[in-house]
Design a binder for this molecule. Structure first.
Ligand SMILES: O=C(O)c1cc(=O)[nH]c(=O)n1[C@@H]1O[C@H](COP(=O)(O)O)[C@@H](O)[C@H]1O
Length: 278
């Protein structure tokens, strides 16, 4: 009887202990995360962020990933790579708006610039030139085609300034802004369900003469790459040859949080061993 009572008491004590540890671990994680968000420089931000990850804070895991995107992503900005028969380059990483609070000032500014490009508020010439230079395409005879958007207004607003730039500053290139007619409106692609398996509703037709032309596609964001590859197929059905594609941003994909935690643990242990050796 007494043994059973002692056992029950011990179990209750252990539960209380776990609860208290969990409670303070969460508090410590939240505090470190708050410190990371208000840190004055990247180094301090990273240190607090790692502590918060170790204390189990999920947002800190995402923040850690965003600060080290280049380690996890297969492709780097302005480094061309092959994708479904095209050379692809992007200008920078795009972090979806829901993660805005976890970004550094530099990343936030980049995403704001991307949104302004999407809305036609900035011309995107620097992005265009940088990506074309990265692929050594500045001097090539190319026909530039723009990715059709959800409506005609958006399409013209977004790309008209690049169209002007190409017509006035790039004598060796031609702009295909008017090769496409947007026939109706469709939902924004990122709102469609189904990820890579979603069925894209085509709301445009190619009316310009693209036959035999060497084509580069320009778009704002690449996420799964499905829309650019469908557009490429459609252009090729009309006789064009799509050799390259450039994007203002490439959407990052957050890896499983568990992997991020393991990575942070590994880094912390390595740091600890290093300081003990000294
Ligand atoms: O404006 C969008 O629809 C959009 C928002 C967003 O957060 N991410 C995003 O990729 N898109 C659009 O989705 C298209 C790329 O999606 P994928 O086909 O998955 O590569 C581009 O035309 C983007 O404009």
């Amino acid at each position: 009887m007494l043994a059973r009572l002692v056992f029950t008491l011990l179990c209750v004590l252990v539960c209380i202990l776990f609860y208290v540890i969990g409670f303070w671990r969460k508090k410590a994680g939240d505090a470190a995360f708050a410190a990371a968000r208000t840190a004055i420089d990247e180094k301090e931000r990273d240190q607090y962020c790692r502590l918060s990850v170790l204390a189990g804070n999920r947002n800190a895991c995402r923040m850690f990933f965003f600060s080290h995107t280049d380690i996890y992503e297969n492709h780097q900005p302005l480094k061309p790579y092959s994708f479904r028969g095209m050379k692809v380059t992007f200008y920078g990483y795009y972090y979806p708006a829901r993660h805005e609070k976890l970004l550094s000032n530099r990343q936030r500014m980049f995403c704001h610039a991307l949104f302004r490009f999407k809305d036609g508020e900035i011309h995107g010439v620097r992005f265009f030139k940088s990506c074309m230079e990265a692929q050594h395409l500045e001097e090539e005879n190319l026909h530039v085609m723009f990715m059709p958007c959800s409506s005609r207004e958006k399409y013209i607003r977004r790309f008209r300034r690049l169209d002007e730039y190409i017509s006035t500053h790039c004598p060796q290139m031609t702009s295909g802004l008017n090769d496409v007619v947007i026939t109706g409106t469709r939902e924004s692609l990122h709102k469609m369900k189904g990820g890579k398996k979603r069925i894209l509703k085509r709301n445009y037709s190619i009316t310009g003469d693209v036959e035999g032309k060497n084509i580069v596609i320009v778009d704002d964001v690449m996420t799964t790459g499905q829309s650019v590859s469908e557009y490429k197929k459609e252009i090729e059905r009309h006789g064009g040859r799509v050799t390259a594609a450039i994007f203002y941003g490439k959407t990052v994909e957050v890896p499983p949080l568990f992997l991020l935690r393991m990575h942070v643990l590994y880094i912390q242990v390595k740091c600890l061993l290093k300081t003990r050796k000294r």
